[in-house]
Structures are given as structure tokens and as C-alpha cells.
Write a protein that binds this ligand. Structure first.
Ligand SMILES: Cc1ncc(COP(=O)(O)O)c(C=O)c1O
Length: 363
């Protein structure tokens, strides 16, 4: 079979073991998944009410998500034609890569960021210029220096997954000033709703000033709708018209559109989640500071630590106790959970990282 040769260097996405399998294997009754940056509080109760109103399944959904488009455009104060919807940002990243990248172009990104940027660049057989993070943050100066006449795309994950760090408005503006107009700069703001930093960029304002800026947001995180798969891009009309050509005809389901619409209509749900997330991050920071566990202050609903211990050992210890976290490179990314879950995982981390509890490895 003649698949593209670059596929041979990639693996299909590994979602990890299912919660039921982990429960069975380890004989546990409770598992808390803190590995996927999902919203521990679920979603607005308005969402379940709204989707119950859907009674007909035989028709395709509205391809352009007109109702949701109208509502969202009003909220963001942009034209309806400045929005593009996708089946989660995962599909948006694929769509952008497919529409912009070729063997003749290159793409610039951080070397430690959301892995799907790289995954799709490899599939499109494009050159990847991956710039190391500087103290856990995007090194925008260095990234700008590697942009050349063949750079068609730059990914900036803000806040960055997995480090939770962010680029400020001043840093981003200075970057955008120097990048050529022909290079598309994509700001992945998947965790936008959680951000509390005052100098975080106002992407909507920047987008009006820099026509090569595209902003991505999702309903999966702050709104707690990951199961529905819906995200969106906000940018210049002319660019979105082109990207729309690469979109599948009915890429967002009727359920996803209606759920997103109901979620937008209940901003108080997200506001409460953000307050709880911020309080919980403080709970973690207190612990990390007390025991000098290296971490990056986060603007997302997760925190990345780099303990001195082998992260695989820490992962297995927590797994045996019913907590799934995500080991990445030399560290561990932990999704912020509910208050009692955070207290419990902090106590477990103390056992292993501070008190040196014995570890039994599982396969
Ligand atoms: C930075 C970032 N971008 C995009 C996504 C994809 O989000 P979704 O496809 O659920 O919208 C994620 C998911 O974790 C993410 O962390």
C-alpha cells in the first residue's frame, strides 16, 4: 500500500487506557482523570436542556452553523463571515495545515507545545522549524528570526499546552510587527476562558490591526463541551473563505451547535469555573513552593511540573492510587480538578515526591 512515506514516522493518536480498563486492571472503584484538561465541573445545565429539544435526526446539520454564528459574532463583535467552525480545534489544526503547508513551505512553532501542530505538518511533508522554549515560554524573538520567505504558518499556543505559560500583548505585538504579511500567525487560545493575566493579549484587537493573525478558541475547555467536538477560528474574511474550502461539508453536528449556543448563553457557568480554577492553582502553587518542586505558573486549567524523580515512577504511583496524569518529556502535566481531588492528589504527590513512598510498577 502506497501511503505517504511521512506517515511511517508518525503514530496514530493514543487516547490512553479507558477509565473502565484502568479500574478493572487495578481493582479500583474510583478513577480521577487529570490527564486531558477537561472541565471537572461538566458544563452548564442549560446545555442538557437545549439538546433534549432536538427531536429530528434524519437531516444533515446546518453546514454553516448560522444560529451559532450569529450569536458568537455578536458576542465577539466581529462579522459573521469572520468565523469558521470546526469539529474541535483538532480539526481546525488539520484544516489549516492542509490548506497552507506543502513540501515547498515551512512552519514555525515552539519545540514543546501542542503536538498536533507538528503531527499535521509532518503529514503535509513540510519543513518544521521548532524553536526551543525560553524558560518555559515561547521565545518569540527567536521564532521571528527563523521565519523566512517560505514560512507560510507560525503556531503560537497561548497559553501554551503543556507549560501553561503565556506571551504578553507587548511580546506578541512586537512579533507581529516583524513577521511578513504573507505569513499566517495562528494563536491557539484553547484555554482563553481560564486566563486571568492582565497583560494577556487582546487577540480581537490585534486581529483588527494585523490581517495575518488568526485566533482559535474551543468549547471543549472552559465551556466543558469536549464530547460535542466544536471549536472556531476568528480572522479576516478573505482568509476564512479560503480555509472554508478545506472544511468537510457538515463538520459540526447539530448537537454541537445547539450545545455551544446554550453554553454561550450561560456565561455564569464559565465564570464560576474560572474562579475555582484560579483558587485551585493557588492550592498547587503553595505545595510546590513549600517543597521546592519546579513548576510553571499556569494560565490554563492544568499545571506542568518538573520533579527530580523519574516521571514514569510518579505516573505509576498516582495511577495505582486512582489518579491519571499526563507524563510529558521530563515532567508531568496535571489537570486542575475539583477541590477535594486537588487536595487528594497533592497529598499523594507529597507521599511520592517528598516522603519517598515505595512504588509498585504496573504495566
Ligand atoms: C492547545 C490546544 N489546542 C487545541 C486542542 C484541541 O481541542 P479541541 O479539539 O477539543 O477543541 C487542545 C486540546 O487539548 C489544546 O490543548
Amino acid at each position: 500500500m502506497n501511503v505517504k512515506k511521512q506517515l511511517l514516522s508518525l503514530k496514530a493518536y493514543d487516547p490512553g487506557k479507558s477509565i473502565d480498563n484502568v479500574k478493572k486492571e487495578l481493582g479500583l472503584t474510583k478513577i480521577v482523570n487529570l490527564a486531558s484538561n477537561e472541565n471537572p465541573y461538566g458544563c452548564s445545565s442549560k446545555v442538557s436542556e437545549a439538546i433534549q429539544s432536538i427531536a429530528h435526526y434524519a437531516h444533515y446539520p446546518d453546514s454553516r452553523a448560522e444560529d451559532l454564528r450569529r450569536t458568537l459574532a455578536g458576542r465577539l463583535n466581529v462579522k459573521e463571515s469572520q468565523l469558521l467552525f470546526s469539529s474541535g480545534l483538532d480539526e481546525m489544526i488539520q484544516m489549516i495545515s492542509r490548506c497552507l503547508l506543502t513540501a515547498e513551505t515551512n512552519v514555525v512553532m515552539a519545540d514543546f507545545t501542542f503536538p498536533q501542530f507538528r503531527h499535521h505538518a509532518v503529514i503535509e511533508n513540510t519543513e518544521i522549524k521548532a524553536v526551543p522554549l525560553k524558560e518555559g515560554r515561547h521565545d518569540l524573538e527567536h521564532m521571528q528570526q527563523v521565519v523566512d520567505e517560505n514560512t507560510s504558518l507560525v503556531w503560537i499556543c497561548n497559553p501554551n499546552n503543556p507549560t501553561g505559560t503565556y506571551s504578553s500583548e507587548r511580546e506578541l505585538r512586537s512579533f507581529l510587527e516583524k513577521v511578513p504579511n504573507e505569513t499566517l500567525v495562528v494563536l491557539d487560545e484553547a484555554y482563553y476562558e481560564y486566563v486571568t493575566a492582565e497583560d494577556f493579549p487582546d487577540a480581537m484587537k490585534l486581529m483588527r490591526e494585523y490581517e495575518n493573525l488568526l485566533v482559535l478558541r474551543t468549547f471543549s475547555k472552559g465551556y466543558g463541551l469536549a464530547a460535542f467536538r466544536i471549536g472556531y477560528a476568528i480572522g479576516q474574511e478573505k482568509l476564512l473563505e479560503k480555509l472554508d474550502i478545506g472544511r468537510l461539508p457538515f463538520n459540526t453536528s447539530k448537537f454541537a451547535q445547539i450545545a455551544a449556543q446554550a453554553a454561550i448563553d450561560d456565561p455564569s457557568f464559565v465564570e464560576e469555573c474560572v474562579v475555582k480554577n484560579k483558587e485551585a492553582l493557588q492550592q498547587f502553587y503553595l505545595f510546590f513552593n513549600k517543597y521546592r518542586i519546579p513548576y510553571y505558573p499556569s494560565q490554563g486549567n492544568f499545571v506542568y511540573i518538573e520533579p527530580e524523580m523519574d516521571n514514569d515512577l510518579v505516573f505509576h504511583f498516582l495511577l495505582q492510587k486512582g489518579y491519571i496524569v499526563r507524563p510529558i518529556k521530563n515532567g508531568i502535566r496535571i489537570t486542575i480538578g475539583k477541590k477535594e481531588e486537588n487536595a487528594e492528589i497533592i497529598a499523594l504527590m507529597k507521599e511520592i515526591l517528598v516522603d519517598g513512598a515505595a512504588i509498585k510498577r504496573t504495566s
